[in-house]
Write a protein that binds this ligand. Structure first.
Ligand SMILES: NC(=O)c1ccc[n+]([C@@H]2O[C@H](COP(=O)([O-])OP(=O)(O)OC[C@H]3O[C@@H](n4cnc5c(N)ncnc54)[C@H](OP(=O)(O)O)[C@@H]3O)[C@@H](O)[C@H]2O)c1
Length: 266
């Protein structure tokens, strides 16, 4: 059984990952939450998270939580990752990280540090559907230039970052395929769309786990490609797939879900 330490264990994603992991071939050996969490020192069973007597630790006891783990699996905040990931990498633990909202230089710093030490998967979206959509978006390079593209994403109102990490990853692919040089995040009054602009719009409402729509509009017709996660289990299952995959990697480096999923053939 693969032994995992879940960092962000009390969060929306952490709880979902734990509930999926215990049904499958994984052993939860460590659980970490924020330093201010009131449940620190209690077990996951006492906290009603799952039926395991694994204690919940704060990040100051990360080393202890990770001791028996094969993989550090996390969904937290960029600030938490900046402190926790270097410690996990220094312990030689494989890493699967789904946190989004990093500043570019913050993420680059982490990648540089991790890439020479351990194998790691960093992914802004672990769902199989979104990763298939990433592949489809590359085909937009072949559409005539009169087609314009916009990305609209919607998430629950507790989400901290906007646009979502997934929308930004889509924007990067679309910009490379279509030659867009600027991202516009909203329009007011009579702001006309200019050549070279890619629209990326965000909606925050209720409990939406995640919707991403790519609108491809020409003068006389349009295509709309939409991915909708029914629940957070879509991300949790992809993250666990990444955990299984990273266990087979010997070379340190930063890998993506594209590496994990290969050509979608298996
Ligand atoms: N890659 C994907 O597929 C994917 C999918 C969904 C979400 N996400 C991303 O995952 C991240 C978490 O999302 P969420 O909805 O689960 O957020 P959330 O419900 O706010 O959970 C955040 C978790 O991080 C913990 N935490 C905060 N500071 C910490 C620290 N210093 N050390 C250890 N743990 C710490 C929190 O502990 P407390 O409970 O004590 O505060 C909580 O358990 C976000 O960046 C989100 O965008 C990614």
């Amino acid at each position: 059984m693969i032994k995992i330490c879940v960092v962000g264990a009390t969060g929306r994603m952490g709880r979902t990952v734990i509930s999926e992991a215990v049904k499958r071939n994984f052993e939860i050996v460590g659980a970490v939450a924020s330093p201010s969490n009131r449940g620190l020192g209690k077990t996951l069973r006492e906290l009603g998270i799952c039926d395991l007597d694994v204690p919940l630790y704060g990040p100051s006891k990360l080393r202890e939580a990770l001791e028996r783990a094969d993989v550090y699996l996390s969904f937290t905040t960029p600030e938490a990752e900046a402190a926790n990931i270097p410690e996990a990498a220094n312990m030689g633990k494989r890493i699967v990280m789904g946190t989004t909202g990093f500043a570019e230089d913050q993420l680059n710093k982490l990648k540089l540090l991790v890439s020479s030490r351990v194998p790691a998967v960093f992914a802004s979206n672990f769902s199989l559907g979104v990763n298939f959509l990433f592949k489809m978006l590359r085909q937009l390079a072949y559409l005539p230039s009169e087609y314009e593209i916009s990305i609209v994403e919607a998430h629950h109102s507790q989400k901290r970052d906007a646009p979502s990490g997934t929308a930004l990853a889509m924007a990067k692919i679309v910009s490379a395929a279509r030659g867009y040089s600027q991202i516009v995040r909203g329009r007011e009054r009579s702001a006309l769309r200019a050549h070279g602009e890619l629209e990326v719009l965000s909606v925050r409402a209720g409990g939406i786990p995640g919707i991403h729509e790519v609108i491809v509009a020409g003068p006389y017709d349009m295509i709309s490609i939409k991915h909708m996660a029914f629940s957070r289990n879509a991300f949790a299952l992809g993250a666990l797939r990444a955990v299984e995959w990273i266990m087979k990697q010997d070379q340190p480096g930063i890998y993506s879900m594209e590496d994990v999923l290969g050509d979608f053939e298996s």
